[in-house]
Design a protein around this ligand. Structure first.
Ligand SMILES: Cc1cc2nc3c(=O)[nH]c(=O)nc-3n(C[C@H](O)[C@H](O)[C@H](O)COP(=O)(O)OP(=O)(O)OC[C@H]3O[C@@H](n4cnc5c(N)ncnc54)[C@H](O)[C@@H]3O)c2cc1C
Length: 392
């Protein structure tokens, strides 16, 4: 079934809670419905949304907003992968225990994580409680606590709105990078609608605890003897991650946001050293600037468990290491942490997050705050911040 509504209120369909309308909104339940949509005839532009948790609507949307309600989770085959599949999913490392699970694009990603944990399937527990839906997870290459969704994606199934046919992409063909994929390439953005994703999960314990303080949190005495690593279950890790995330990040139902608003910038070593010298002069010689050195042989499209983004090496420093400096640190150093500007504010527990503080913020207030943050980081550090959040 396709449900069509005109001048649809999108307030509850974007986690920032922007009070905007879509001229036309269409929600479909199945791939058969998707085929029935006459794409040529839709009011333009066309935007496919998931949970609206990485979007900032800057105004009413003049075209058509599409949303998938394709909701299923299905174990395809729990037998060992056969050799042809091994090649395309890199699962030599995943050994012979890959369990293929097909999940509809409209499934809330965290519902899938909860389901997998209950089934005792490993792979997505570290991605628990990330807002949004399964279709967008494969577009965004969501990541948290040392895991990116590309690590467990086997294939992404799509509808090609240009050729009007179904296609699928192997994980290599998706060209995943930090919160990036081929689906975000401006040349083809919007052409492919994700209908479902096949994940390769595992029954064999595969805890990933090396990131942040996950290991200490999981193995803390309050989790009892069961926390000893060999007794860990995906449910235990999921529980701990949800607890940590709730302490750090605003709950979208309570305070609107789109998570991390800015990307972490990557700068030259020389630039970093200037920033470090200024910080030591300001805070004392023992002051440590948080940073991560990206070795000189690292390709510019890099894996991202430490959340560095695509970056360019300026001419003349092709052979030098680069340095990622957390945007949150820079924003805090500029005095923005917890500051309000009209209905918008910088979240007091995590300055990388801009929030709809009053619940009534206008898009202009969010954008105004964004611009002022960008300007002050540029003035203090000479660094250009770029938004992670997609402005619509
Ligand atoms: C509080 C909070 C915490 C967050 N924490 C994290 C985190 O830890 N890690 C992380 O990676 N992200 C995080 N995010 C960002 C966000 O959750 C992810 O980017 C998520 O994948 C967005 O999913 P969505 O369904 O809401 O997509 P939307 O925001 O609706 O859309 C995102 C993009 O995907 C496209 N899209 C959506 N569905 C489809 C489809 N079926 N086919 C083709 N294209 C589609 C849209 O056009 C858009 O370009 C956080 C956000 C919030 C609000």
């Amino acid at each position: 079934m396709i449900k069509t509504e005109y001048y649809k209120d999108l307030t509850k369909m974007n986690t920032f809670g922007m009070k905007v309308k879509a001229r036309c909104f269409m929600e479909y339940d199945s791939v058969a419905d998707l085929v029935d949509i006459e794409f040529e005839e839709l009011a333009r532009p066309v935007l496919h949304i998931g949970g609206g948790s990485n979007l900032l609507f800057t105004d009413d949307f003049k075209g058509t907003v599409l949303h998938s309600k394709i909701n299923f989770i299905e174990i395809l085959d729990d037998s060992p992968c056969h050799s042809e599949e091994r090649v395309s999913c890199h699962c030599e490392e995943r050994s012979d225990v890959a369990i293929y699970v097909s999940v509809g694009a409209g499934v809330v990603f965290d519902d899938f994580c909860a389901w997998a944990a209950k089934e005792g399937l490993w792979g997505v527990e570290n991605l628990s409680y990330i807002p949004g839906e399964v279709g967008a997870s494969a577009v965004q290459n969501i990541g948290a606590y040392g895991v990116e969704v590309k690590d467990v994606i086997h294939k992404v199934y799509c509808y090609d709105t240009v050729e009007e046919e179904f296609v699928n992409f192997s994980v290599e063909e998706c060209e995943y990078g930090y919160r990036d994929s081929i689906f975000k390439d401006p040349e083809i953005k919007g052409r492919y609608i994700v209908t479902h994703v096949v994940f390769a999960l595992s029954r064999e314990p595969r805890p990933r605890l090396e990131y942040g303080h996950l290991k200490e949190a999981v193995t803390s005495p309050e989790n009892g003897d069961a926390s000893i690593e060999r007794y860990l279950t995906p449910e235990m890790i999921r529980r701990v991650i949800i607890k940590i995330r709730k302490e750090k990040l605003p709950e979208p139902s309570v305070m609107g946001s789109a998570g991390s608003f800015f990307k972490n910038p990557v700068i030259t070593m020389e630039h970093y050293q200037r920033i470090e010298a200024a910080a030591k002069a300001e805070h004392g010689p023992d002051y440590k600037v948080p940073h991560y050195i990206i070795p000189s042989d690292t390709p510019t499209v890099v894996p991202s468990d430490t959340s560095y983004c695509h970056f360019e090496r300026p001419e003349g420093v092709e052979k030098s290491p680069m340095v990622k400096v957390p945007a949150a640190w820079m924003i805090e150093q500029c005095g923005w942490k917890g500051r309000r500007s009209g209905g918008a504010a910088v979240y007091d527990k995590q300055p990388l997050v801009i929030v709809n503080y009053t619940g009534e913020a206008y898009p202009e207030e969010i954008i105004g705050l964004e611009r002022r943050i960008i300007a002050s980081v540029k003035a203090k550090f000479g660094v250009d911040l770029h938004p992670e959040v997609e402005h619509i």
